[in-house]
Design a protein around this ligand. Structure first.
Ligand SMILES: [Zn+2]
Length: 217
């Protein structure tokens, strides 16, 4: 997931032009990364306002929210079915790495160890750390998670609108996560753009709350 705003004509990224007022324009139309006929620009604040109000209207329908919650539950259930096997594999790999470290330490303790052996021990310890970390992440994925209530979902979307003013970067990251393929803008005959976007099934559990914690202190 790289770009949030895409050109509906060529599928490439639309990038901010720092003019008096920031506006989006298809990057390829400026000769970057290809060619595109779509040179129409759209003001960033106008796009943001139109998008946040469309988003609120979309999430204002209970049947839409109910459907998204069901999709999220299904995705979570799928993940929880596969994680126990992954976790067993990860435990095996970690035990194997630790066994190799023990052997080398044993070897080194019996006499003057060549630098290469010490080097190898350090390398394996780094690998063991990485495996340990992965194992913790898998453990976190298995923790039970409550399905969001419809009102929580709506509150989060409202919060996203506010976030755009406070921290546009965080808001963009949250949106990338929430949408399947960003926002595609199609130029219309009348000089406007039509925006298309789809909410990713399964995204609701994770908006704004990273599910895999990087460490659990
Ligand atoms: Zn384009």
């Amino acid at each position: 997931m790289s770009t949030l705003i895409r050109c509906g004509i060529c599928g490439g990224p639309m990038v901010i032009e720092k003019t008096q007022k920031p506006r989006y324009r298809c990057d390829a139309s400026r000769g970057n990364g290809g060619t595109c006929d779509n040179s129409r620009t759209v003001m960033e604040d106008a796009l943001r306002d139109a998008f946040t109000s469309a988003m609120l209207r979309y999430f204002d329908r209970p049947e839409v929210v109910a459907h998204l919650i069901e999709a999220s539950k299904a995705e979570l259930a799928r993940a929880q079915r596969t994680v126990p096997d992954e976790k067993a594999d990860a435990e095996k790999s970690l035990a194997e790495t630790r066994g190799r470290i023990d052997n080398l330490v044993e070897l080194a303790s019996r006499g003057a160890a060549p630098t290469a052996v010490l080097e190898k021990i350090r390398e394996l310890e780094a690998l063991a750390d990485k495996r340990e970390h992965h194992l913790q992440e898998l453990g976190a994925a298995l923790e039970p998670l409550d399905a969001p209530r419809p009102e929580d979902v709506v509150a989060r979307i409202r919060h996203l609108g506010v976030l755009f003013d406070k921290s546009p970067k965080d808001a963009r990251e949250a949106l990338k996560h929430l949408l399947d393929d960003g926002i595609q803008l199609y130029p219309l005959e009348n000089g406007h753009y039509r925006a298309r976007w789809t909410v990713r099934g399964g995204a609701l559990f994770f908006v704004g709350t990273p599910r895999h914690k990087s460490s659990r202190a």
